[in-house]
Design a protein around this ligand. Structure first.
Ligand code: FMN
Length: 194
């Protein structure tokens, strides 16, 4: 499969078959992640793969976080739907920046810049994961609703770094059509003459 095909045909998948994802394929996906460019080649990533019986612990941790936020009057929006996807996906990969800390902790200017660079590097790694998975005929969902269970998920994983996202992976049980995109001309300004 060429890169253009993967970029154009990949979709977010929210319904997976029950079949587990072979370990070699998960490793292939993580190899692709680690081939991403990163600021100063820092490679600021760490992955946790949640499968099988561990999924219910993950769901419980996220639910604890969502309940805590609800009690504070914070709306958890789409997180309930995302939670159901994570519950049924055969594997969910958590992506952390182990060199950073909780996003709400106070930090100085250089730390903020460094965080922004790292988040871009990790975004590139996650996109590589999605494209590689698609190449392997696997479906993925990039998930940031895990932020609604931030503290609880970090505590459950025993990870003190910064949680960035999760990616659920499995064999797709749906084939969604392309979601709308803003046309390039509406988000671009050309300045100067070629
Ligand atoms: C940073 C990021 C966070 C996302 N978080 C979620 C999420 O928590 N739950 C969810 O269902 N989809 C999530 N998505 C998937 C988007 O909804 C999806 O990419 C978008 O609607 C476009 O659809 P497509 O991926 O099929 O092109 C996320 C995507 C990105 C890039």
């Amino acid at each position: 499969m060429d890169v253009s095909e993967a970029i154009e045909e990949r979709r977010s998948i929210r319904k997976f078959k029950e079949d587990p994802v072979p370990k070699e394929k998960l490793i292939d996906i993580l190899e692709a992640a680690t081939l991403a460019p990163s600021g100063k080649n820092k490679q600021p990533w760490k992955f946790y793969i949640i499968q099988g019986e561990k999924r219910s612990e993950m769901i419980q941790a996220m639910e604890r976080g969502m309940n805590r936020l609800s009690k504070m009057g914070i709306k958890t929006g789409s997180a309930k739907l995302t939670l159901r996807v994570m519950e049924t996906a055969p594997a969910t990969i958590f992506v952390f920046n182990p060199t950073s800390k909780h996003p709400l902790l106070k930090r100085d200017t250089l730390e903020v810049y460094s965080d922004i660079v790292d988040i871009q590097s990790i975004g590139a790694a996650i996109q590589n994961m999605l494209l590689k998975a698609f190449d392997l005929r696997l479906g993925t969902l990039w998930i940031c609703d895990v932020f609604f269970g931030y503290e609880e998920l970090c505590e459950w994983l025993g990870e003190k770094g910064q949680m960035i996202a999760a990616v659920s992976v499995g064999y797709p049980d749906v084939s969604p059509s392309a979601r709308p995109r803003k046309p390039v001309e509406t988000v671009t300004e050309f300045l100067g003459q070629p």
